[in-house]
Design a binder for this molecule. Structure first.
Ligand code: TV7
Ligand code: CA
Ligand code: ZN
Length: 390
């Protein structure tokens, strides 16, 4: 590796496989892997690929995925075909493993899963080998997948696989999730260990918003024999949270967690469905505020694994992740906020052609998170941290 000339900043690696982008969940399905193509086009138009080490992600092997997932489930995932959803002889497994509208069986499903998972495993290994200080896989971040169940557009939990790699080298790993949905799969995977502290910020409405878990008092199974008790931190929010509230909350919660837990590495899931104007989300964040969370996380100088996640308005997903790539490269100050003429698919960014459109103005949502409510959340997190030792 001969990247020695960058005068300041961290060594950043980019892990991707363009084959991921070509998969289709189906016409009306909100998950569009194509948003990764748009992200990459923006990153390249800004020249950011010159400042990172680029790695072609390999497919995770069956054995690597079996570090978390059950063999029965992986066997099904490996052999299932699009028509199976309606085949009576497969219906037991389709139901048992939760395939259906949210998690359809599409062409190349196993290939898709093993490629995004391979990117996250590779990224984690680069951090462990000291070949990278910040490793990015925007195709990963699929936080709902369970060990033997697909859930919420997620099939293989690449985050869990990445954290398992990091745990080989670091006594404690912290997981942060700014997707608008609760990071339930990652939380559950590490429920019984004190070696992972999970923190998810999300919209919480038990009956009306997926997945319905992640209440403030869901802090991990509380039993004197469970070392993982208290090691799940949940920050449940209501509709319309704005830039200033979210940034302040993020600083207070994450600052306190890192100070107490003293992790050796951080995994940051940057789901972009927490932006304003998202097709599924209900927050009111602008691209800069979403990025401010990434910037704050980076200030701790710990090995950082950055993954994507949700994000259902592709033009804004790509804006956020391109901007966040520039933050990780410490190049955000020199990017022109007007999207370069040379970018492919430039029509998607009109009429403003700005990296920072006023998302919070375009779809005004009342902020149903009053100050005292947010102060209560911070207080509860401080209280919970009293049980935690770093
Ligand atoms: C990480 N919301 C994943 C977020 C997963 C959210 C859901 C949909 C949805 C699915 C579609 C579709 C949709 C417009 C939106 C209770 C249900 C209601 C399926 C129709 N349009 C992440 C998962 C969530 C599928 N699921 O965190 C095909 O919205 O609320 C639910 C569950 C039952 C199933 N139905 C939805 O961001 C990547 N699904 C259109 C076509
Ligand atoms: Ca979340
Ligand atoms: Zn989401």
């Amino acid at each position: 590796n001969y990247r020695v000339a960058r005068p300041q900043g961290y060594r950043v690696s980019w892990h991707a496989n363009p084959a991921v982008e070509a998969h289709h969940f189906g016409q009306s399905h909100p998950m569009k892997p194509w948003r990764l193509t748009l992200t990459k086009q923006l990153v390249m138009a800004y020249g950011m690929h010159h400042a990172m080490d680029l790695y072609l992600a390999r497919a995770a092997t069956y054995e690597e995925m079996a570090d978390f997932h059950e063999a029965d489930y992986l066997d099904f995932l490996r052999q299932v075909m699009p028509g199976d959803i309606d085949r009576p002889e497969q219906s037991d497994n389709v139901i048992r493993f939760n395939f259906g509208d949210d998690c359809p069986i599409f062409d190349g499903l196993y290939n898709y899963c093993s490629l995004y998972a391979g990117g996250t495993v590779d990224a984690a290994r680069k951090l462990c080998n000291n070949q990278s200080e910040i490793a990015i896989n925007w195709s990963g971040g699929l936080h709902h997948a369970k060990k033997a169940e697909a859930s919420g557009f997620c099939y293989v939990n690449d985050i869990v696989l990445g954290i398992l790699q990091l745990l080989r080298h670091h006594p404690r790993v912290m997981y942060i999730d700014i997707d608008v949905h609760h990071g339930d799969g990652v939380e559950q995977a590490f429920w019984s260990t004190d070696r992972v502290l999970t923190v998810s910020f999300h919209k919480y409405d038990k009956d009306n918003f997926f997945p319905g878990t992640g209440a403030l008092d869901d802090t991990g199974p509380s039993h004197p024999l469970n070392p993982g008790a208290h090691h799940s931190i949940n920050v449940p929010l209501n509709d319309g949270i704005d830039d200033d509230s979210y940034i302040q909350l993020y600083h207070e919660v994450i600052g306190a967690c890192i100070a107490t837990y003293r992790p050796g590495a951080i995994v940051l899931q940057c789901g972009a469905d927490s932006l304003g104007c998202d097709r599924l989300g209900c927050f009111n964040l602008n691209v800069r505020a979403h990025g401010a969370c990434v910037a704050f996380t980076k200030t701790f100088g710990l090995p950082l694994l950055v993954v994507g996640g949700g994000g259902y308005t592709p033009r804004n997903v790509s804006r956020a992740w391109a901007h966040e790539t520039s933050i990780l490269l410490e190049a955000d100050k020199i990017l022109d906020p007007t999207i370069p003429d040379s970018v492919a698919f430039r029509n998607h960014f009109g009429p403003d052609f700005s990296l920072f459109p006023p998302l919070s103005e375009l779809r005004k949502l009342e902020n149903k998170n009053p100050r005292p409510y947010l102060a209560g959340l911070v207080e509860a997190v401080h209280e919970q941290l009293r049980y935690i030792q770093g």
